[in-house]
Design a protein around this ligand. Structure first.
Ligand SMILES: Cc1cc2nc3c(=O)[nH]c(=O)nc-3n(C[C@H](O)[C@H](O)[C@H](O)COP(=O)(O)O)c2cc1C
Length: 198
């Protein structure tokens, strides 16, 4: 009935990713850019920033993550971690989602009445932008999952990809062709979640 709701339902966390698609990197980038640009932000502050990693750059990201996690992960769990990271590297690319903290600080100065709200609104903005990109990719039959290896990878990522100091890494949207379906998903009871007064 609703194409929009169909697309929302199509968006799942897809971990079985590959590179079997007719879409070019540029086309995928355009989908994500459109989704991010058309996402709302507090006072239209447009705090979200995105870095696209394809090919070798994407491999480098997951190598950096692996070498960063190694000393932090108990040895017996590390093979699992490595397998998971290899799954991300098997995709087409990763969109790194940042928030520009300079913009947030300027807003706090400009509008002292809302100063406490701007960091929360920035967090909400990155979530909105990321999920809109995720849904838009799903609509184009591109699978994705959302990772959060920040803050442990922040320094190395910033050095490798020339990230401005004020950009704060908030998430990694990993994408590729859908090689395995999403797992089963449970929904809690509507009665415990929604209230309606008529
Ligand atoms: C704010 C947020 C943080 C998340 N962080 C991670 C994450 O770090 N790693 C991961 O694999 N999935 C992460 N997810 C995905 C959720 O686990 C997933 O959306 C949820 O289990 C529902 O499954 P679905 O995405 O297939 O609908 C995150 C989702 C949200 C909204």
């Amino acid at each position: 009935m609703s194409k929009f709701l169909d697309s929302l339902k199509k968006r799942r966390s897809i971990y079985g990713l590959g590179r079997n698609t007719d879409l070019s990197n540029e086309e995928i980038e355009t989908i994500i850019k459109d989704a991010v640009k058309n996402s709302p932000s507090a006072f239209n502050s447009q705090t979200s920033r995105v870095v696209f990693l394809f090919g070798e750059a994407n491999q480098k990201l997951w190598e950096i993550t692996e070498e960063t996690l190694k000393p932090l992960t108990p040895a017996e769990f590390f093979p699992n971690t490595q397998a998971k990271l290899a799954g991300f590297a098997a995709g087409i690319g990763t969109a790194l989602f940042f928030e520009d903290t300079d913009v947030v600080a300027n807003l706090q100065e400009q509008f002292p009445l809302y100063a406490d709200n701007f960091p929360d609104w920035s967090e909400q903005s990155t979530g909105i932008a990321a999920v809109n990109a995720w849904v838009a990719l799903a609509e184009a039959n591109i699978g994705a999952n959302l990772q959060h290896y920040n803050p442990v990878i922040d320094e190395k990522v910033a050095a490798e990809f020339d990230i401005p100091d004020s950009w704060n890494l908030r998430g990694q949207l990993v994408f590729g062709s859908i090689e395995a379906p999403a797992g089963e998903k449970d929904f809690m009871n509507d009665a415990d979640r929604f209230k309606s007064f008529n």
